[in-house]
Design a protein around this ligand. Sequence first.
Ligand code: XUL
Ligand code: CO
Length: 437
Amino acid sequence: MSDHFPHVPRIEFEGPESDNPFAFRHYQADRLVEGKPMRDHLRFASCFWHTMRNGLADPFGDPTADMPWESGRRDPLDLIRVRLDAFFELLSKLSIGHWCFHDRDIAPEGSTPAESERLLDAAVAHAEGLQNATGIRTLWGTANLFSHPRYVHGAATSDSPEVFARAAAQVATAMEATQRLGGRGYVFWGGREGYSTLLNTDLAREQRHLARMLQLAATHADTIGFTGSLYIEPKPQEPTIHQYDFDAATCLAFLREHGLAGRFKLNIETNHATLAGHSMEHELQVAAAAGALGSIDANMGDEHAGWDTDRFPTDPMLATKVMLEVLAMGGFSDGGLNFDAKRRRGSFEPIDLVHAHVAGMDAFARGLLAAAAIRADGRFARARHERYAGWDSPLGRSIEDGTATLASLRDHARAAPEPTLTSSRQEVLESWMWRFI
Ligand code: XUL
Ligand code: CO
């Protein structure tokens, strides 16, 4: 094991009273919750792009992140290896069992597709060794189809079929890399699959091309025997103004329209939900209701900013709401909680990577415990059940089972008194929530 974080010990659980910044206050990997270890409920992952490749530049300023392991190194293969070494050391010290990557995070783009494939191959070979040595697994991989200038007009939705072909090549190679690393899933985030103005855009045609790419990817997965889950990650905008994968409902309708429902699930990200004007729990429930809640990109936005700030999710209330949905669906199958999150620009020391992950893991451990306590208590489930009790009457059943007609309901309404309604009790429910946090 490398020694790029020399002053960071292996992080252990010390309990809620601990003042040690290098300890978990809530995350206890082996602690059983609803009969399953915390580690399996939460299935934490860290993402290579933010953790190792994000220099913390912003539109007004240069990178600030201090990455001492990179200093003095120029050779691409050398850089590929040292970054992976530092990453796996960090994950081991944090007891994070999974990671996620884009092809271009772990290896740079070469001057030809063949050279890019060679570089990626070297990165995958090195990562494979580190996975074997540490037991850390790949949660999911993906292809970066948004950074290179050739994708300025989109990848699958580009006006150029040559660009589509380049993107397809990248997807095939990235999926094979993910498979080689035993990845549990493969993600499509449509970074530039959208448009800036309809004056030059054939929206219907672009959407058919996006569906074609997904169909080709599903076929490729079957051809190579990739058995992991395929996910779409909704996001309403940024970088494009109008993005085709706007939110969970839009993605589900798109999948159904193009015969892809059942083949793709969703990877729901908190800050994307809020950018779409939804709460995270709304997006999770929409996905879960369709049987398509696959995985989660755990981060959070900033209440003061209207863009994708990707902050580490340090809010226990948010984590509780997320974990309520995860427990309600019976836990993850292939998915997990991927910290698609970055430090603030001012938190530029390597040690801040440790603090950020510990804060996110502790918040989610609290969220898991609170969600389990809420379920054991049962008062929210009872309140929800009682609210809909009227639907168990003969009238409610006749509507739900389809035996009522508009005419029969009119006969009923003419004879019945004005309906009596009950309070929604929102405020008391909200104050109950805080009792569990
Ligand atoms: C961008 C985003 C991506 C995806 C993977 O907002 O979330 O990092 O998670 O491409
Ligand atoms: Co994401």
